[in-house]
Design a protein around this ligand. Structure first.
Ligand code: PLP
Length: 466
């Protein structure tokens, strides 16, 4: 018997121990601090439903991070399980190389073309966000080669932008901490500064700050040479870099600069698509731009199965689908491009998002969430509360007035996350910050629980810092 849950038996406890040891000894975890992992191992989760996950002791937690910004429709959706099972029984896999397809891959591509803004009517599939961004780079290079502009290859992105963990996507990523100890490509990628209004020079108005950041992009293009710059990669809201919402007008102005120099604009919507901000895609509906390429993953299947997509414009398609002069073909693709089972899960996920009006729900309850989380800005430790709807971040500081950073050794983000976990809430620590990206089906009661639990946890940690 288990004190937390009488249904957890001794056999369950033995199984949990077996899993815990197997994991600690053999599962090389992504994004892990191995200085502590070998001692602490992992928390083992064995079940999930609705907005919650359950650990191997039967303790239930409200999932404040939606798996990893992805379980948009919540857990335990039998409809997805059925769609997946039906597809496995019908045809679990066949290659989509060349002139072969399956119904879910074709139908999903048409659906994404319908949902995406402007003339973004063409979909290339991969297994996740990193691969979607790598695909974008390859498509862009191929596009300019086809156009007879082979020098146009350089990529510009932002400090604190996050674009994934494959070699190229990590090179485009601008979170300096993520590069420590690893190599990145320095021949192709250039980083400009982060449009973070909280850390701007206080002498600048938001408008002046925006202009400064946009000018910086233009200067960087001129410095590298417009004939060499191929693309600008940007998340609408920088997620893993600390949920940074650029100043008003930034997206339109950077797109204009890109247009001026024939630089393609890639909007990385791996986090922001499929409802997180109350829209299927945020580029146009939240920020008023139609980029040349949108990359997406995560909420595309609500994390039920791996899938990513690179969605690009008619203009790009026309160029890259021209027969190549030397008889070569379009040599890019993966065994699992357009995997029918993942595509079936995505189609059902989108059907649920639409049928249940999840975007409208986010506009309502997500706005309430934002408001309740913003209230925490009055706490002594919290320097900035930022984000929109179900994508929020608390930046904890040593001094609210000077915005001085906390000593990283204090691990304040981790301590707040631990204090929340004790109270049945999972939030994500990110250095001195805490990130919230829950499922999109929260009720107002869930929101109140998150806001109150965070408040108690932050106050508890504040006391320990005195
Ligand atoms: N782009 C953004 C904005 C992300 O947040 C992430 C992952 O968090 C990625 C790309 C990489 O996606 P994946 O981990 O599926 O490769």
């Amino acid at each position: 018997m288990n004190s937390l849950n009488p249904n957890v038996t001794a056999a369950d406890a033995a199984e949990k121990q077996k899993v815990w040891e197997a994991d600690r000894d053999h599962f090389m975890h992504p994004w892990t601090d191995f200085s502590t992992f070998k001692e602490t191992g992992s928390m083992v989760f064995t079940a999930a439903d609705g907005v919650s996950i359950v650990d191997a002791d039967g303790k239930r937690y409200l999932d404040g991070i939606g798996g990893l910004w992805c379980v948009n429709i919540g857990y335990g959706r039998k409809e997805i399980a059925e769609a997946v099972a039906d597809q496995i029984c019908a045809i679990p896999y066949f290659s989509t190389f060349g002139h072969h397809t399956t119904p879910p891959a074709a139908k999903l591509a048409a659906k994404l073309a319908d949902l995406a803004p402007g003339d973004l009517n063409h979909v290339f599939y991969g297994c996740g966000g990193s691969v979607a961004n790598d695909t974008a780079v390859r498509l862009i290079h191929f596009y300019f080669n086809q156009l007879g502009k082979p020098t146009k290859k350089q990529i510009i992105s932002r400090i604190d932008g996050y674009h994934g963990s494959t070699y190229m996507a990590m090179s485009i990523t601008g979170v300096k901490f993520d590069h420590v100890g690893f190599d990145i490509d320095q021949q192709l990628v250039h980083h400009i500064s982060c449009p973070n209004p909280y850390r701007r020079d206080p002498k600048l108005s938001e408008e002046e700050f925006c202009r400064q950041k946009v000018d910086e992009l233009e200067q960087k293009i001129l410095e590298i040479g417009p004939d060499k710059v191929a693309a600008f990669f940007a998340e609408p809201i920088l997620g893993a870099g600390g949920v940074i919402v650029p100043p008003k007008g930034y997206h339109q102005a950077t797109l204009e600069v890109c247009r001026k120099y024939d630089v393609l604009y890639v909007s990385d919507e791996v986090v922001t698509a499929f409802g997180r901000l109350g829209h299927m895609f945020a580029s146009q509906d939240e920020f008023g731009i139609v980029p040349d390429i949108i990359t997406c993953a995560k909420g595309l299947t609500s994390g039920y199965l791996p899938l990513g997509a690179t969605i690009f414009s008619d203009r790009i398609y026309e160029v890259i689908s021209k027969p190549q002069a030397d008889g070569a073909i379009f040599t890019h693709g993966f065994t699992y491009s357009g995997h029918p089972v993942s595509c079936a899960a995505a189609l059902k996920n989108i059907e649920i998002l639409e049928r249940e009006g999840v975007c409208d729900h986010v506009k309502d309850v997500g706005t309430y969430f934002e408001q309740r989380i913003r209230e925490l800005g009055e706490l002594e430790l919290v320097g900035d509360v930022r984000g929109r709807k179900f994508m929020m971040c608390l930046e904890n500081v040593a001094d609210k007035r000077t915005k001085a950073l906390l000593d990283p050794r204090a691990k304040v983000g981790n301590r707040i996350a631990d204090a929340c976990q004790k109270r049945g809430l999972i939030v994500r620590p990110l250095a001195h910050m805490n990130i919230l990206s829950p499922t999109l089906i929260l009720t107002r009661e869930h929101v109140d629980f998150i806001a109150e639990t965070l408040r108690e946890s932050i106050l508890e940690v504040t006391e320990t810092l005195r």
